[in-house]
Write a protein of this length. Structure first.
Length: 443
């Protein structure tokens, strides 16, 4: 009889089942899962066809949702790149770290970044004997001491800045070459989404003797809006105009189809390597979309704390563990993915840096019913909180209250009708805010 702990037993152990703790301690090494975390960039809530996009299809991600669990109340930790990425990497509200206060880091912030001694999801997994890699966008600091390799990623292949031209791979911010292999700048020919997808597909099929954690952080569909077929016409935003110039619905669709197809290549590589059943796959976005995104039924977009700026798609697949074809209204936030990854891999958080997220695997498995959550957001000029179905929003000094269960578009302000609820949630927000770092002084 084998002394290997079964897959089910390991999951129960990760969830804290005391009865198995003794058995596990006497057993042979566990078959711990691989983790593939896929993060899109500026992908709006409705930009996948399985979330309502009407003008193009995303068959790979639609199939992924059908093979697992689709979240309809998932949130980004911030409405812009750097803070959300900081939240995922650290597992904590971005306002707990100085770099998380930048909205986002720019070419003027060369001396800013995630401090080297802060534990991260990658450093914790690496210490737990996982192979760790980041392929794609970092955006948490340019200097080596702020980079991915200093924060637990044994391998880094991607860009350090907030956006890069899809063909020249130059930073849209610093106007400098920005494709890196670890600490070395490299030159590659190809459309950036394809370059990242191909690298990720090669990574998951490598021979290895220990489980892997791969963060695949696409730059798509972030501006500059360039589709794969635009190379011939030199469609680039590194001329006289700002990064957000150009583009069209057709170009955006092409960018989305390219990312969807690239994810398909990575998932097929998992299948060829016979790793599908032992790989947790999580897909989500860093914030809401921009001018070509589809946010219905929500209002506003990236940079705003209305639902359109922070409500994002999220899909979880773990073959044989997460039931297929389900949809959940369970509220979730960026830091939850960090907590979930650490839990399912049997990795303990650093006690000096307690997580702000929660392990969602029991919900994903259907072992726990829906439950209310409390989330907080803050930018330089806006404040927000979600408590159950209530949403508190402060924008330009105007404080409002919405019931998201009947008003997801945040059209009907209930502050005057539900004064006690408003006061309670605002007090909760103020108590949370008092624990965070203060806002940065105005530029």
């Amino acid at each position: 009889m084998s002394n290997r702990v079964t897959r089910r037993e390991f999951l129960e152990t990760a969830a804290g089942t005391t009865a198995l703790a003794t058995q596990v301690s006497r057993a042979a090494p566990l078959e711990r899962p691989n983790v593939l975390f896929i993060l899109a960039d500026d992908l709006g809530y409705g930009d996948l066809s399985c979330y309502g996009r009407p003008d193009y299809r995303t068959p790979v991600l639609d199939d992924l949702a059908g093979q697992g669990l689709k979240f309809t109340s998932a949130y980004a930790a911030a409405p812009v790149c750097t803070p959300t990425r900081c939240a995922f990497v650290t597992g904590r509200y971005p306002q707990r770290t100085e770099v998380g206060l930048h909205e986002p880091l720019t070419g003027r912030d060369l001396d800013k970044g995630l401090v080297p001694d802060h534990p991260t999801v990658a450093s914790l997994l690496k210490a737990n004997d996982y192979e760790t890699a980041l392929i794609g966008k970092w955006h948490l600091g340019w200097k080596p001491e702020f980079g991915p390799n200093r924060h637990g990623f044994e391998e880094f292949y991607g860009i350090l800045s907030g956006a890069g031209d899809y063909f020249t791979h130059r930073s849209s911010d610093a106007k400098a070459p920005d494709l890196w292999e670890n600490l070395t700048p490299v030159e590659r020919v190809g459309y950036l989404t394809d370059v990242l997808s191909d690298r990720a597909a090669a990574f998951v099929t490598r021979p290895r003797t220990k489980p892997f954690y791969l963060s695949l952080h696409y730059t798509a569909p972030h501006a500059p809006w360039e589709g794969p077929e635009d190379a011939a016409i030199g469609h680039t935003s590194h001329g006289e105009g700002p990064m957000t110039d150009g583009g069209s619905l057709k170009v955006f669709a092409s960018m989305m189809k390219s990312m969807d197809a690239g994810i398909g290549r990575v998932l097929r590589a998992l299948g060829r390597a016979k790793l599908e059943r032992n790989t947790l796959v999580i897909f989500t976005s860093d914030n809401g979309g921009e001018r070509y995104s589809y946010h219905w039924p929500f209002s506003f977009q990236k940079l705003y704390l209305n639902e359109g700026g922070i409500r994002v798609p999220a899909i979880v697949r773990w073959t044989g563990v997460v039931p297929v074809g389900r949809v959940t209204e369970q509220p979730a936030i960026t830091m939850d993915w960090t907590a979930t990854i650490l839990s399912v891999t049997g990795t303990k958080p650093d006690p000096g840096y307690p997580l702000d997220g929660e392990d969602l695997l029991p919900v994903c498995r259907g072992a726990r019913p829906l439950y209310d959550r409390t989330f907080f957001w803050r930018t330089q000029s806006r404040d927000a909180a979600r408590v159950g179905n209530w949403k508190y929003l402060k924008d330009s000094g105007n404080e409002r209250l919405f019931d998201l269960s009947v008003d997801p578009g945040e059209k009907n302000d209930l502050r005057s009708q539900r004064g006690p609820v408003f006061e309670k949630i605002r007090d909760q927000y103020l108590a949370w805010n008092a624990q965070m770092l203060p806002r940065r002084p105005p530029a």
